[in-house]
Design a binder for this molecule. Sequence first.
Ligand SMILES: Cc1cc2nc3c(=O)[nH]c(=O)nc-3n(C[C@H](O)[C@H](O)[C@H](O)COP(=O)(O)OP(=O)(O)OC[C@H]3O[C@@H](n4cnc5c(N)ncnc54)[C@H](O)[C@@H]3O)c2cc1C
Length: 497
Amino acid sequence: MSAGPVKNVVIAGGGTAGWVCAAALIKQFGALISVTLVESDEIGTVGVGESTIPTARTFHDLLGIYEKPFMQAAQATFKLGISFENWARDGDSYFHPFGTVGRGNWMGDFHHFWLKARDAGATEPFGAYSLEQQAAMQNRFATGGQPALSYAYHLDATRYAKFLRSLAEPAGVRRIEGKIRTVVLDPESGDIDALELESGTRIDGDLFIDCTGFRALLIGQTLGVAFDDWGQWIATDRALAVQTESVGPPVPYTRAIAHGEGWRWRIPLQTRTGNGLVYASDFLSDDEACARLLRDIEGTPLFEPRPIRYATGMRAAPWTRNCIALGLAGGFIEPLESTSIHLIQVAVTRLIQAFPFAGMSEAVTARFNAQAVREWEHVRDFIILHYKLTERDDTPFWRRCRDMPIPDSLAERLALFRDAAQAYQGGEDLFRVDSWVSVMLGQRLEPRAWHQLARLVPPEELSRALGDLRHLIGERVASTPMHEAFLKEFCPALESA
Ligand SMILES: Cc1cc2nc3c(=O)[nH]c(=O)nc-3n(C[C@H](O)[C@H](O)[C@H](O)COP(=O)(O)OP(=O)(O)OC[C@H]3O[C@@H](n4cnc5c(N)ncnc54)[C@H](O)[C@@H]3O)c2cc1C
């Protein structure tokens, strides 16, 4: 591979992926490399991607981003988890909270003790032991306090990209407005040499980051890197997005409401609400989807619903030659668990750790790609879980989901939980044991047994410990301000941001 040192980084695309990457690279390596970003106002961005997970906070720490100005600029609200409605059965609901559920014990995960108590007649749901879930259900939120809440953000995607730009440009990122016409390859090596814009400007570089969204101009259209399609497991392939006026105080959680052929999101920001309908075009027409979305949203739409088509899957090798694909150019898994921005941020972090200052290395590239595949497959399995474990048979779509074959990696997890209530988080896995357990129980997967070590705790002692835990959570929640009041006090949205 190329022996030349890497000094000039060119980022193609200025959506969330492009600006996340630009801001992080300049912050970490400003004195060592030059970073140029090309974006086209005429093409614009995908304009969605508003719900995050707690890892966003770690990434912001890396960038030295203060929470208050970020929240104000992105008109953001806080998020404690996701409410899943109508998934296992029409009329059901469960919550996937951030943070820890219950209290661990050296003998085993909390859910074994909860299962034992339930077998003995206790009726409190698993989520009764989640501080985040209880706070969310009462619409309460504050930073600080003990025990601390684990949280993420709902943000305005366009304003977020602008905010990152406002950090990256003064730090040294050179932004060029223009449409890329040609990706110029070195005739001998096949590596990317430069981007040529419609204006005739040529931008040379050593490393190219493809953040051109679904177009995948560099990694797909030019280098022809294969796309591994996962549509056989995740049948949804279209979305309609629309913003509405707020109709009440913003809740500190995302809602994912299943319908006959997919699901609908509801993401509350400080100044408006983001809504969207995700659906499978094999089962629902675009017109029906639009009518359903407009029928079900609350609040006046601020514009016509915007259609988005997508394929689920990822590039077989997101780092190929001197090009790395980030964001939608690298792949897409629908936003049911709000994982896409996380996958961008974690890839950028890995790029920083493995930055090829001395030149491209096949070993470094191979490891980067192997880690990406493992991460993406893990997220994919977690999403499939929600569809596969449905008991709904009211539409052909849900019957297909229920009856479809699933990847072996997921089948193994389901068997472990069904047989022995076991769940685990592997080395590069995003989702923790509590996440798997919350969703598997929420989707009505009932374990046949729990770990017998839980028997070692006498029933009265267990009952007392669980009661104490609920009391502690109750007190903590009661002393937490209402979410809306905290937003107004701490980080009121800047209208002009
Ligand atoms: C329906 C839907 C809902 C989603 N919800 C969530 C969510 O809740 N949470 C989450 O984490 N993620 C979500 N995502 C994913 C999230 O939107 C993306 O991961 C994120 O916005 C990154 O997008 P991007 O920057 O890769 O692409 P884009 O935003 O599409 O940006 C592409 C950039 O490339 C530029 N460009 C393209 N072609 C050219 C050219 N020829 N010349 C110059 N510039 C060019 C464009 O101008 C633009 O700046 C969602 C995605 C979809 C489709």
